[in-house]
Structures are given as C-alpha cells and as structure tokens.
Design a protein around this ligand. Structure first.
Ligand SMILES: [Zn+2]
Length: 246
C-alpha cells in the first residue's frame, strides 16, 4: 500500500521515526507521501526524502498557517516544486477559529496557479468549504488532485470527482462511523479512492496515529464494499501511483 498523506515531518515523530517506518513496512506500506504544511518544515521534508527512498514530498502552505506566510514564502515554494510530487497541502477551512477567508483564498489561489505552472496534482484540505473549493477549481479545469481526509456528503464527493479529483479516505472517517460515512465508504468508486493515515492526526486528540494503521482503512473499505481486501489495496496503490507519478 501507499500512505498518500502522512506528516512524518511532524515533531511528534522526531524521536522514533525509524521505528514508525519499520512498523509501516511490516504492515505492507511500500511508499509514503508527506504533504507540506508550512515553510519551517520544508527543509525537514527534504532531508527525510533524501534519507529514505520510499518517501516522496508535496510542498505547500496549509490554510491553518497561511497568516504566517508571505509572497517570499510563495517564491521559495516555487523553487521546491521541481522536487515535489504534488502541490499542497493547500485549500480552505472555514471552521470558526481558522484564518480569515480572504487570506485563505489568496494562498489557495496562488497554489492553484503553481500547480498549473508546474503541471502538478494538488493535495487539498477542505473543511466546511466544499462549495468554495469547487468554485475555485472550476476556474482551473485542467487541474487534478485529491481531496484529502474527505468527510462530506456523497454529492460533494461526486462534485469533486467530476472536477477530476480523487477522494482521500482516512482513519478520521473510521472514527466517526455513522450512516453517512458508511454510505460514503460504500459509494465512492474504488478507482477514485486514495488511502491515507493523516498521521500523526486522525485518531482524536490524545492518540498519535501512524502509517501502519492504514490497514484499518483498507479493511473498512473492503468491508463496506463487500470486496476482498487485496482488491482495495491493489486498486488504491495503483490510483496513488497514477496521481503522483510514483
Ligand atoms: Zn494533512
């Protein structure tokens, strides 16, 4: 399998990353993609990819941190994109305590332009913002990517799919199983699904998540769709390779 979204550069992994990677390997994860969130972390990401052949990077500015960035950071981001498999994690998050919408929109749009310029896929964070994200994406019809950690409705998923996007399914969805999320797991086409841990997040506030838990996501999908686990693993791996050109 491939963990299409894990924050291995997060300080919560700094003391035992090798053990985390070993457990990932033992649980059949052959490759991992780190999305970028803020400029201070970019050099750590570069170092991780330099030291581990099975790690690839995306670089971007996460909507939560956009207030701490400026145009010089966007210029630096541009210099990193030749080393990236995607632009992101970028997007819009309209939860009440997040930065103002106009500054989020500014950095999101700049990163859409960069994805277009470098012909790279996008890793998009969208929370309480599905309509606004879709409006932005409609202005860039040639862009592709993944809506990561998806937990919206099946209609919203289909909207993004029609815009050329994959749907990232992660441990967070398993935390909040209800009728809506069971429907999502069942209905989202497997050919358009990526598996992700979003580690160290994804298991609630008090527990550190790690890539090895990706198997739980694959199992939940197999169960919801009533298909063999190997189908899920194989198809999602090929989807991720295809999107990120791995
Ligand atoms: Zn993330």
């Amino acid at each position: 399998m491939i963990d299409s979204h894990c924050h291995l550069d997060d300080p919560r992994f700094s003391s035992d990353l090798e053990a985390v990677l070993l457990r990932a390997n033992q649980s059949d994860i052959q490759h991992l993609v780190i999305p970028g969130v803020q400029h201070q972390q970019w050099s750590i990401q570069l170092l991780l990819a330099e030291n581990h052949q099975n790690i690839s990077n995306a670089f971007g500015i996460h909507p939560w941190y956009c207030e701490q960035h400026n145009d010089a950071d966007l210029q630096q981001l541009e210099t990193l994109l030749p080393h990236a498999v995607a632009v992101g994690e970028c997007g819009l998050d309209f939860t009440a305590d997040k930065p103002a919408e106009d500054i989020q929109q500014y950095f999101f749009q700049k990163q859409l332009e960069l994805a277009q310029k470098f012909d790279l896929p996008l890793i998009i964070h969208s929370v309480k913002s599905a309509d606004s994200v879709a409006i932005q994406l409609r202005s860039y019809p040639q862009l592709r990517g993944v809506i990561h950690g998806f937990s919206g409705s099946i209609q919203q998923a289909n909207n993004f799919i029609n815009l050329g996007f994959y749907i990232g399914i992660g441990t967070r969805l398993l935390q909040q199983r209800g009728q809506k999320n069971n429907t999502l797991l069942r209905e989202i086409p497997l050919e358009l699904t990526l598996l992700e841990s979003d580690a160290p997040d994804g298991l609630g506030k008090h527990q550190r998540n790690e890539p090895a838990n990706l198997i739980d996501v694959a199992q939940a999908l197999a169960h919801a769709k009533n298909i063999p686990l190997e189908f899920v693993q194989k198809q999602c791996t090929s989807n991720t390779k295809e999107l990120f050109s791995l």
